[in-house]
Design a protein around this ligand. Structure first.
Ligand SMILES: [Ca+2]
Length: 362
């Protein structure tokens, strides 16, 4: 197979972004796809799952546990059950396709029946949704691309935004973990015509979502059951996941942890970032920030630039940047040199509120 890369042409109009923000008022129905496993490949997925549940604007319609072949051995179910117990919510979930798509147009109907749950969950959720749904992927794009290949019109009609945390930024030719998981599905989404919010994991000139947190700060600020959720993951525990939430205290995990999906998830939720005090940053809904008289303390850390993304047929073709009048996607870009430090502090405050009574916010 030819290793095609998406070609990105830039566009300066902000009209599309204005429409996006207007469409995101109120609760945000979301389908979440994650390559979360227990024992984990990378525990950043556990931090992202906690972030998803900490953002109360999200009406979580379904969760796809990506990479069916790995889920069969190391299912991420314990983390889901723990999060349901901590928040008192319950969300439909299913494991995803077992193998990579063979081509960009593969609908994966020939894959094992037991790995069809993810695609079916996406399609049934969209079919029954009264308003368009946001899709957010943090691993491969496999189940979303297969769903698109089966019912492209349904996705065009019912997907309000598709955030993919994957790849390297424009003009970057090296491989990236999530792309390698399923390259065909990644490329497929660039030509789908869906409202794509591309969040490159790595890249130059600000085109990367990566930042680093100090686990002891983030986990240390959480309530005990949430701390235990992280300890259970990081120690690859084998005991009952729900009983474990009530144990401890355990030593708080330490050391750095690479994170990628937090800023895109805040954007998808409609939250903005504010400076609440000296070196203290919080991500809040606009109306909550207004109530707290923080509106004039908003910080701009990143933006989504409109681009024209096209696939090139040759493996090593460079990306080409232009400014056409018809963007079909947007790409994440940091615009503040303090992005990493401020995001880490926001995540700490956000997860500190997870599982804590609403009347006692941090
Ligand atoms: Ca992941």
């Amino acid at each position: 197979m030819q290793a095609m890369k998406p070609r990105c042409l830039f566009q300066s109009s902000i009209v599309a972004l204005a429409i996006h923000f207007a469409a995101l008022a109120g609760p945000v129905p979301v389908i979440y796809s994650t390559d979360l496993l227990h024992p984990h490949d990378d525990p950043d997925d556990h931090y992202d799952l906690a972030t998803l549940f900490a953002l109360s604007e999200f009406e979580i319609k379904g969760i796809v546990l990506d990479l069916g072949e790995r889920q069969a051995q190391r299912c991420g179910k314990p983390a889901l059950e723990q999060m349901f117990a901590i928040t008192g919510r319950k969300v439909p979930w299913a494991t995803g396709l077992a193998k990579p798509l063979k081509t960009k147009h593969d609908d994966a109907r020939d894959q094992p029946t037991e790995s069809q749950g993810g695609v079916e969950l996406i399609l049934s959720t969209l079919r029954h949704a009264r308003e368009p749904v946001l899709i957010f992927t943090t691993g491969s794009c496999r189940d979303v691309a297969a769903a698109f290949n089966r019912e492209p019109d349904l996705l065009r009609q019912k997907v309000r935004a598709l955030y993919i945390n994957i790849g390297r930024g424009p003009n970057e030719e090296q491989d990236e973990w999530n792309v390698k998981l399923d390259q065909s599905s990644y490329l497929r989404l660039f030509e789908s015509g869906l409202p794509l919010f591309w969040c490159p994991c790595f890249g130059t000139n600000g085109y990367q979502t990566l930042f680093v947190v100090d686990q002891s700060k983030v986990v240390g600020a959480c309530v005990r059951p949430v701390q235990n959720y992280f300890v259970y993951c990081l120690t690859k525990a084998k005991s009952d996941p729900i009983d474990f939430l009530r144990t401890g205290p355990h030593p708080v995990p330490t050391g750095p942890r690479n994170m990628w999906c937090t800023a895109p998830m805040l954007h998808a939720s409609g939250r903005r970032i504010y400076e609440r005090g000296p070196s203290e940053y919080v991500a809040l809904p606009v109306e909550k920030a207004r109530e707290a008289q923080l509106s004039d303390k908003e910080l701009n850390l990143f933006e989504f630039e409109p681009i024209r993304a096209e696939l090139l047929g040759k493996p090593n073709d460079p990306f080409v940047q232009h400014k056409p009048s018809n963007p079909n996607a947007r790409v994440f870009r940091t615009v503040n040199p303090r992005y990493g430090e401020i995001m880490a502090n926001c995540l700490e405050h956000l997860l500190a509120n997870l599982g804590r009574p609403e009347a006692e916010p941090r």
